[in-house]
Design a protein around this ligand. Structure first.
Ligand code: KG4
Ligand code: ZN
Length: 352
């Protein structure tokens, strides 16, 4: 039998197998990560090799450098993931990999590595959307969480409100018409002279500031579930440049705090609107910006006032990691989707 035929048979059989061990690979940006996840919820290992210290020198991720470092790191990450889980490659039932969205060269390293592993082990290869993976992070942190729920997706690449009707059924209710909120945090960080990645550094600085800076900015798209962040980004950049050009003193902490509050206002108002529109009972936060404690706190309050239960991943599962890919891959298998063959390639953009 060909690899494809064996993989298809095994894929079908996994739907009813008692325990399914997935080896998952994530390399969409600057984290090389491999995890071993059992039945979508139990993380046996989740090794993340971060390249932050390298990209910090350039003020952001340099795609070519990211790809080269994935190649350098990935075999060692696999070995560590297997060791930590106390498993061997023979124990693996399926290999899952992020095929998009992300940096094409970076993704290709993970995709080719996963294809090789799946072929050598004669197990199914599951092609996973990175965005779905961020939602999957919540199934790891909240063992009893089940769909349906409303999801606020806030990563470096996406800002969207998604209605998750079932594990693998996603309906887009609104999304950013320009920048993502993560990009906006990163840009504000840069203009304030903070290191990459910007989000956590802006949050840290904001803790010492007050919400008192008035930017030249108007709330965009007030009656829509779509977001817009480019106006806010430009207003903050212009404010800082203006002060610098005139040689006027200003508090960077106040700028960080005032910006963060306005960004959260935009997210919070749309989430509240969506909750009311669809009558949601649960809100799930997904993506790197979901690590922001001020955002989590504000949404927690909003949800409480609307009688909605809020879920967010543990902080370590908010940003990119392979465990979240292994989690959602399990539900892909149960739904009978995602089986890829050896022609699988990477995709810089994937639909939600
Ligand atoms: O989900 P993620 O790790 O990667 C993508 O899929 O894009 O998100 C990365 C984004 C970056 O823009 C980063 O600055 C932002 O998440 N981020 C934060 C925080 N931690 C990460 N933004 C605000 N506050 C944070 N604590
Ligand atoms: Zn991500």
């Amino acid at each position: 039998m060909s690899y494809e035929e064996v993989a298809k048979q095994k894929f079908e059989a996994l739907k009813t197998k008692k325990d399914v061990l997935i080896l998952s690979v994530e390399s969409s940006c600057d984290e090389t990560s491999i995890a071993l996840v059992k039945n979508g919820r139990e993380v046996l290992s989740n090794i993340i090799s971060s390249q932050i210290d390298i990209h910090k020198l350039y003020g952001g991720v340099v795609p070519e450098i990211a790809s080269r470092n994935h190649i350098k790191n990935i075999s060692g990450v696999l070995e560590e993931a297997l060791n930590e889980a106390g498993k061997t490659l023979e124990d693996v039932d399926a290999v899952a990999v992020t095929y998009g969205a992300g940096l094409i060269g970076a993704l290709l390293v993970g995709v080719n590595f996963a294809k090789t592993l799946a072929y050598a082990l004669k197990v199914p290869l599951i092609a996973v959307s990175h965005v779905h993976g961020h939602i999957g992070a919540n199934y790891i942190s909240h063992k009893n969480l089940t769909p349906p729920f409303l999801c606020l997706m806030v990563s470096g690449g996406h800002t969207a409100i998604v209605q998750v009707e079932d594990y693998c059924s996603f309906k887009l209710l609104g999304m950013t018409v320009d920048d993502s909120v993560g990009e906006c945090f990163d840009k504000v960080a840069r203009v304030l002279g903070l290191y990459y990645p910007g989000g956590p550094n802006v949050e840290r600085l904001a803790k010492n500031g007050e919400k008192k800076v008035k930017f030249n900015y108007h709330t965009p798209l007030p009656n829509s579930l779509d977001f817009s962040f480019s106006g806010l980004k430009t207003a903050v950049v212009n404010y800082v440049h203006n002060k610098e050009q005139k040689g006027e003193e200003f508090s960077k902490a106040d700028v960080a705090m005032s910006f963060q509050e306005l960004a959260i206002d935009e997210l919070e108002s749309k989430v509240a609107m969506a909750i009311k529109k669809v009558g949601a009972k649960k809100l799930v936060i997904a993506g790197g910006v979901g690590a922001n404690k001020a955002l989590r706190g504000r949404l927690e309050k909003t949800c409480k006032s609307l009688g909605v239960e809020m879920f967010a991943p543990d902080l370590k599962f908010c940003t990119d990691n392979a465990a979240m890919i292994g989690s959602i891959a399990y539900y892909y298998i149960l739904a009978g989707i995602g089986l890829a063959d050896l022609t699988l390639t990477a995709s810089p953009v994937v639909p939600i």
